[in-house]
Each structure stands twice: as C-alpha cells, then as structure tokens.
Design a protein around this ligand. Sequence first.
Ligand code: FES
Length: 161
Amino acid sequence: MTDPVSRRRFLSRVTLALSGAIGVVVSAPIFAYLLSPLIKPTRQSWQRIGSIDKFKIGKTVQVALEDPSSLAWAGQTARTAAWLRRDSEASFTVFAVNCTHLGCPVNWLEDARLFLCPCHGGVYNADGSVAAGPPPHPLLRYEVRVQNGEVEILGRGLQFS
Ligand code: FES
C-alpha cells in the first residue's frame, strides 16, 4: 500500500516544479522584451545593391537586402526586400516592402503607379503616401546613395516619407 503522505509530498513537488517551469516559459518573452533595448544589436551598414547601370530611370524594382534590426541568430529570416526607384541619373528612392498597417509585403503596380497591400487593401501612391485603406503612415524609406557606381542602401534608419 502506498503511503498517502509521501504521495501528497511527491505530487506537491511535481506541481511546484511544473508551475515553476510554466512560469519560466511564460515570463521569458516578457523579460526578453523588457531587456531588448539593452541587448538588441544596433547594426547599421551600407549594403551594396548593384551597379547603377542595372536600374532604369523611372522604374521601380524590388531588391533584396539584409534586415539590420534582426538578431544575430535570425538566419534566413533576416533577408528582406525593398522597392527601389531610380528617379534621375543619380537619384534613387527606396521604400520598405512592408505595409505600415500590419507589415504585409506590398506590391508595386507599374501601370497604376501604386503600391498595393494584398492583406487589407491598403493603397499607397508612387511617393509612398497613403492613398486608401487602413495604413496609418506612408511607406517607410531607406537612405540610399551611389558610391563608386554602386547603389547602396543604409540598412537602418527607416523614415516616414
Ligand atoms: S497589412 Fe497592409 S493594409 Fe493591412
């Protein structure tokens, strides 16, 4: 026959251990969030996108870049995209690919000269300003420069249009 006191003690220890484990699992993201300003890497770098000759004046194309706000272990998820437009001989505009509503990637419609978000129908004008739908802000922009014939995007410092 089993001793009820030792069973009770055993079950209470199991309950305490499980409660502690659940508490750690539940509170870890909260602590990570609270500590993130202290541990988040603040990387900022110019990323070479391609030769200036690759881009036609007036055209908007999607380009790939590394998301600098990602954590070191982000791996493939750090790869992101942006919409790059060559405005003139030496002037470019780069928009973040993510909608300012809930972050879905927006599409560029060349004929309509609009950015369209497929998630909730957000529409942006060619200059990134909101044309319609739920987006609260214009598309964010990256800084861009031409260096030694190469287009480079500053992988940080997104700004409102
Ligand atoms: S995520 Fe783009 S409109 Fe909602």
